[in-house]
Design a protein. Sequence first.
Length: 282
Amino acid sequence: MTALRPETAETQQADAPVDKQGPGLVGLHESIATLLASRGQWRQAYLHLRSALDLVHADQVEEPHVPEQLRREVELLRREHAEAREQSLRDSLTDSYNRRYLDQRLMDLLTEHGACRHGLAIALIDLDWFKQVNDTFGHLLGDRVLQRVVEMLQQGLPEGAFCARYGGEEFVLVLPRVDASSALEIVEKARERVERHPWQEIAPGLRVTVSAGLAYEPPADEAPERPAVSAEQQLLRADSLLYTAKQSGRNAVAYRADGRVRLAGAAAGRRAITETRVLGYY
């Protein structure tokens, strides 16, 4: 549909009877929105239309007419804005969330955690010997490995959980509203999927494993004396446990239970390395 030329739209608005424009400011905002739409200035038109609708709801008067073309273009603007925002929060290589989203969302979750009866788990996951993968098979194949690992990390995540790229070959799984055993099961299964994946189908001799540090924050009502933690502290705890997993032979998930650092799954029989102390870690 071809938009009205500005001069045509202005003439039509000037000739329109006042009683069809709606009462006072409502009609004025509608007229301006129509004019701006005719000029292709859809965002400004949308703002005036919103002002008109706010007045309508406040005064309980008849809702102003919304030109169909304007309605379609406003919807298009909304979709484009939502898509642009989503892309700004995604890692371009792996399509997982990026550090910006992680920082924003983690702060929100920690704030919510203080008022809910559910735990919050964060797993910092690192690909083992990834530099050797790049050096041996090349960076293009290394990129494919990162993409495939992220796909496996995101499989079976519960509602509200997400994966974010922390940097390089490090990723974070954020698991809200879970208990400690469920969080450990999710992360250990992800580690197993990576280990058992037929990597040799991508390149003969290729083998990929991951190590993880799982930090768990119990519900506030289960540990009322426990001080609130920041996003930075939670990530430092996960990083300390990741260090333990690495020093214990890699391809393992390290976590804390009953005041001790442990390794999950098949790695449980290994001798755990004393973890690096983190300020405020219980």
